[in-house]
Design a binder for this molecule. Structure first.
Ligand SMILES: C[S@@+](CC[C@H](N)C(=O)[O-])C[C@H]1O[C@@H](n2cnc3c(N)ncnc32)[C@H](O)[C@@H]1O
Length: 207
Protein backbone atom coordinates (compact mmCIF):
# COMPACT_ATOMS: atom_id res chain seq x y z
CA UNK A 1 0.00 0.00 0.00
CA UNK A 2 1.32 3.45 -0.99
CA UNK A 3 1.90 5.84 1.94
CA UNK A 4 1.34 9.51 1.14
CA UNK A 5 1.82 11.57 4.30
CA UNK A 6 2.73 11.48 7.95
CA UNK A 7 -0.83 12.47 8.94
CA UNK A 8 -2.00 9.31 7.20
CA UNK A 9 0.27 7.19 9.36
CA UNK A 10 -1.08 9.14 12.36
CA UNK A 11 -4.65 8.17 11.39
CA UNK A 12 -3.60 4.58 10.84
CA UNK A 13 -1.86 4.33 14.19
CA UNK A 14 -4.90 5.91 15.89
CA UNK A 15 -7.34 3.42 14.35
CA UNK A 16 -5.01 0.45 14.83
CA UNK A 17 -5.06 1.28 18.54
CA UNK A 18 -8.82 2.01 18.63
CA UNK A 19 -9.98 -1.02 16.61
CA UNK A 20 -10.55 -3.33 19.59
CA UNK A 21 -12.87 -0.81 21.30
CA UNK A 22 -14.48 0.81 18.22
CA UNK A 23 -17.74 -1.17 18.05
CA UNK A 24 -18.39 -0.87 21.79
CA UNK A 25 -17.59 2.87 21.77
CA UNK A 26 -19.99 3.62 18.91
CA UNK A 27 -22.78 1.25 20.08
CA UNK A 28 -24.80 3.84 22.07
CA UNK A 29 -24.94 6.09 18.96
CA UNK A 30 -25.86 3.09 16.79
CA UNK A 31 -28.80 2.36 19.07
CA UNK A 32 -29.93 5.97 19.26
CA UNK A 33 -29.71 7.00 15.60
CA UNK A 34 -26.70 5.72 13.61
CA UNK A 35 -28.05 2.31 12.67
CA UNK A 36 -31.15 3.95 11.17
CA UNK A 37 -29.01 6.46 9.26
CA UNK A 38 -26.72 3.71 7.95
CA UNK A 39 -29.71 1.77 6.67
CA UNK A 40 -31.13 4.85 4.96
CA UNK A 41 -27.78 5.79 3.43
CA UNK A 42 -27.28 2.34 1.98
CA UNK A 43 -30.80 2.37 0.55
CA UNK A 44 -29.72 5.42 -1.50
CA UNK A 45 -27.09 3.34 -3.32
CA UNK A 46 -27.90 2.05 -6.82
CA UNK A 47 -28.93 -1.61 -6.65
CA UNK A 48 -26.79 -2.92 -9.48
CA UNK A 49 -23.17 -2.50 -10.39
CA UNK A 50 -19.82 -2.66 -8.69
CA UNK A 51 -19.55 -0.92 -5.29
CA UNK A 52 -16.48 0.52 -3.55
CA UNK A 53 -16.77 1.16 0.17
CA UNK A 54 -13.98 3.44 1.44
CA UNK A 55 -12.87 3.58 5.07
CA UNK A 56 -15.01 0.54 5.87
CA UNK A 57 -13.65 0.37 9.44
CA UNK A 58 -14.78 -2.70 11.37
CA UNK A 59 -17.46 -3.44 8.79
CA UNK A 60 -20.47 -1.95 10.54
CA UNK A 61 -22.18 -1.37 7.20
CA UNK A 62 -21.89 -4.96 5.99
CA UNK A 63 -25.14 -6.18 7.52
CA UNK A 64 -27.10 -3.44 5.70
CA UNK A 65 -25.74 -4.28 2.24
CA UNK A 66 -28.05 -6.42 0.08
CA UNK A 67 -26.62 -9.97 -0.15
CA UNK A 68 -26.28 -9.50 -3.93
CA UNK A 69 -23.80 -6.60 -3.51
CA UNK A 70 -20.51 -7.05 -5.36
CA UNK A 71 -17.37 -5.00 -5.13
CA UNK A 72 -14.68 -4.02 -2.64
CA UNK A 73 -14.67 -2.75 0.93
CA UNK A 74 -11.42 -0.87 1.56
CA UNK A 75 -9.84 0.41 4.75
CA UNK A 76 -6.56 2.01 5.84
CA UNK A 77 -6.04 0.37 9.24
CA UNK A 78 -4.93 -3.24 9.37
CA UNK A 79 -6.47 -3.69 12.83
CA UNK A 80 -9.84 -2.30 11.75
CA UNK A 81 -9.71 -4.79 8.85
CA UNK A 82 -8.93 -7.62 11.26
CA UNK A 83 -12.19 -6.86 13.08
CA UNK A 84 -14.11 -6.38 9.82
CA UNK A 85 -13.02 -9.85 8.73
CA UNK A 86 -14.93 -11.29 11.71
CA UNK A 87 -18.22 -9.88 10.39
CA UNK A 88 -20.40 -11.48 7.77
CA UNK A 89 -20.48 -9.61 4.46
CA UNK A 90 -21.96 -10.27 1.00
CA UNK A 91 -19.89 -13.08 -0.55
CA UNK A 92 -18.95 -11.01 -3.63
CA UNK A 93 -17.48 -8.16 -1.55
CA UNK A 94 -13.74 -8.43 -0.93
CA UNK A 95 -11.93 -6.61 1.84
CA UNK A 96 -8.64 -4.85 1.07
CA UNK A 97 -6.24 -2.50 2.79
CA UNK A 98 -6.14 0.76 0.83
CA UNK A 99 -5.68 4.46 1.37
CA UNK A 100 -8.50 6.51 -0.17
CA UNK A 101 -5.92 9.10 -1.23
CA UNK A 102 -4.08 6.59 -3.44
CA UNK A 103 -6.58 3.89 -4.41
CA UNK A 104 -5.13 0.79 -6.11
CA UNK A 105 -7.93 0.55 -8.73
CA UNK A 106 -8.15 1.47 -12.41
CA UNK A 107 -10.04 4.53 -13.66
CA UNK A 108 -13.85 4.28 -13.70
CA UNK A 109 -13.71 0.79 -12.20
CA UNK A 110 -16.76 1.22 -9.93
CA UNK A 111 -20.39 2.18 -10.49
CA UNK A 112 -20.82 3.63 -7.01
CA UNK A 113 -18.95 4.40 -3.81
CA UNK A 114 -20.00 4.49 -0.16
CA UNK A 115 -18.42 6.28 2.78
CA UNK A 116 -19.67 6.54 6.34
CA UNK A 117 -17.97 8.63 9.03
CA UNK A 118 -14.80 8.71 6.96
CA UNK A 119 -14.27 12.27 5.76
CA UNK A 120 -13.83 13.58 9.31
CA UNK A 121 -10.62 11.56 9.54
CA UNK A 122 -9.00 11.68 6.09
CA UNK A 123 -5.84 13.79 5.86
CA UNK A 124 -6.93 15.55 2.64
CA UNK A 125 -10.59 15.70 1.57
CA UNK A 126 -9.54 17.05 -1.85
CA UNK A 127 -7.14 14.18 -2.57
CA UNK A 128 -9.78 11.74 -1.35
CA UNK A 129 -12.52 13.15 -3.58
CA UNK A 130 -10.14 13.32 -6.49
CA UNK A 131 -9.43 9.59 -6.15
CA UNK A 132 -13.16 8.83 -5.88
CA UNK A 133 -13.71 10.84 -9.07
CA UNK A 134 -11.04 8.79 -10.78
CA UNK A 135 -12.29 5.31 -9.80
CA UNK A 136 -16.07 5.88 -10.04
CA UNK A 137 -17.43 5.92 -13.57
CA UNK A 138 -19.01 9.00 -15.14
CA UNK A 139 -22.64 9.37 -13.94
CA UNK A 140 -21.87 6.99 -11.07
CA UNK A 141 -22.96 7.75 -7.51
CA UNK A 142 -21.11 8.50 -4.29
CA UNK A 143 -23.31 8.07 -1.23
CA UNK A 144 -22.08 9.32 2.11
CA UNK A 145 -23.11 9.50 5.75
CA UNK A 146 -20.75 12.00 7.32
CA UNK A 147 -20.57 14.16 10.41
CA UNK A 148 -19.88 17.72 9.33
CA UNK A 149 -19.65 21.27 10.61
CA UNK A 150 -23.26 22.32 11.34
CA UNK A 151 -24.44 25.83 10.46
CA UNK A 152 -25.09 28.71 12.87
CA UNK A 153 -23.70 29.08 16.37
CA UNK A 154 -23.20 25.34 16.69
CA UNK A 155 -20.70 25.59 13.83
CA UNK A 156 -18.51 27.88 15.96
CA UNK A 157 -18.73 25.39 18.83
CA UNK A 158 -17.53 22.69 16.43
CA UNK A 159 -14.64 24.95 15.35
CA UNK A 160 -13.54 25.03 19.00
CA UNK A 161 -14.06 21.29 19.49
CA UNK A 162 -11.90 20.71 16.43
CA UNK A 163 -8.92 22.21 18.28
CA UNK A 164 -9.15 19.30 20.71
CA UNK A 165 -10.41 16.42 18.55
CA UNK A 166 -7.72 16.64 15.87
CA UNK A 167 -4.70 16.28 18.19
CA UNK A 168 -6.60 13.81 20.39
CA UNK A 169 -8.00 11.39 17.81
CA UNK A 170 -7.41 12.76 14.26
CA UNK A 171 -11.13 13.63 14.07
CA UNK A 172 -11.95 16.88 12.23
CA UNK A 173 -15.14 18.18 13.78
CA UNK A 174 -15.57 21.09 11.39
CA UNK A 175 -15.25 19.51 7.97
CA UNK A 176 -17.39 21.07 5.23
CA UNK A 177 -17.66 17.83 3.33
CA UNK A 178 -20.41 18.81 0.86
CA UNK A 179 -18.55 21.98 -0.12
CA UNK A 180 -15.34 19.93 -0.52
CA UNK A 181 -17.20 17.49 -2.81
CA UNK A 182 -18.56 20.31 -4.89
CA UNK A 183 -15.10 21.91 -5.14
CA UNK A 184 -13.73 18.56 -6.33
CA UNK A 185 -16.21 18.58 -9.22
CA UNK A 186 -19.02 16.35 -7.95
CA UNK A 187 -22.62 17.31 -8.54
CA UNK A 188 -24.66 17.43 -5.32
CA UNK A 189 -27.83 15.40 -5.85
CA UNK A 190 -29.24 15.64 -2.33
CA UNK A 191 -28.32 16.44 1.28
CA UNK A 192 -30.38 15.19 4.18
CA UNK A 193 -29.42 16.98 7.40
CA UNK A 194 -30.08 15.04 10.61
CA UNK A 195 -29.30 15.47 14.32
CA UNK A 196 -29.06 19.30 14.32
CA UNK A 197 -27.38 19.22 10.92
CA UNK A 198 -24.36 17.37 12.33
CA UNK A 199 -24.96 14.10 10.45
CA UNK A 200 -25.62 14.43 6.73
CA UNK A 201 -26.64 11.87 4.14
CA UNK A 202 -25.10 13.23 0.97
CA UNK A 203 -25.70 11.86 -2.52
CA UNK A 204 -23.22 12.93 -5.20
CA UNK A 205 -23.09 12.34 -8.92
CA UNK A 206 -19.77 11.81 -10.63
CA UNK A 207 -19.95 14.10 -13.68
C1 LIG B 1 -14.78 6.80 12.30
S1 LIG B 1 -14.15 5.43 11.45
C2 LIG B 1 -15.57 4.95 10.47
C3 LIG B 1 -15.54 3.48 10.11
C4 LIG B 1 -16.78 2.97 9.37
N1 LIG B 1 -16.90 3.58 8.05
C5 LIG B 1 -18.04 3.22 10.15
O1 LIG B 1 -18.96 3.86 9.64
O2 LIG B 1 -18.12 2.71 11.28
C6 LIG B 1 -13.08 6.14 10.23
C7 LIG B 1 -12.37 5.08 9.41
O3 LIG B 1 -11.74 5.70 8.32
C8 LIG B 1 -10.49 5.07 8.14
N2 LIG B 1 -9.62 5.98 7.38
C9 LIG B 1 -9.08 7.15 7.81
N3 LIG B 1 -8.30 7.68 6.86
C10 LIG B 1 -8.36 6.82 5.80
C11 LIG B 1 -7.75 6.82 4.51
N4 LIG B 1 -6.92 7.80 4.14
N5 LIG B 1 -8.02 5.79 3.69
C12 LIG B 1 -8.86 4.80 4.06
N6 LIG B 1 -9.46 4.74 5.26
C13 LIG B 1 -9.20 5.74 6.13
C14 LIG B 1 -10.00 4.82 9.55
O4 LIG B 1 -8.95 3.88 9.59
C15 LIG B 1 -11.29 4.36 10.21
O5 LIG B 1 -11.48 2.98 10.09
Amino acid sequence: MKETSSSQSGVRVTYDAFAERYDAAIRPCERLFLARLREKTIRALPLNGRLLEVGAGTGLNFSYLPSSTRGVASELSREMIRHALLKERPHAVSLVQANIEALPFPDEHFDAALSTLLFCSVASPQKSFSELRRVVRRDGAVVMLEHVRPSGLLGSVFDLLNLVTVPLCEDHFNRRTTQEASRAGFQIQSIERRILGIFNIIVLKRV
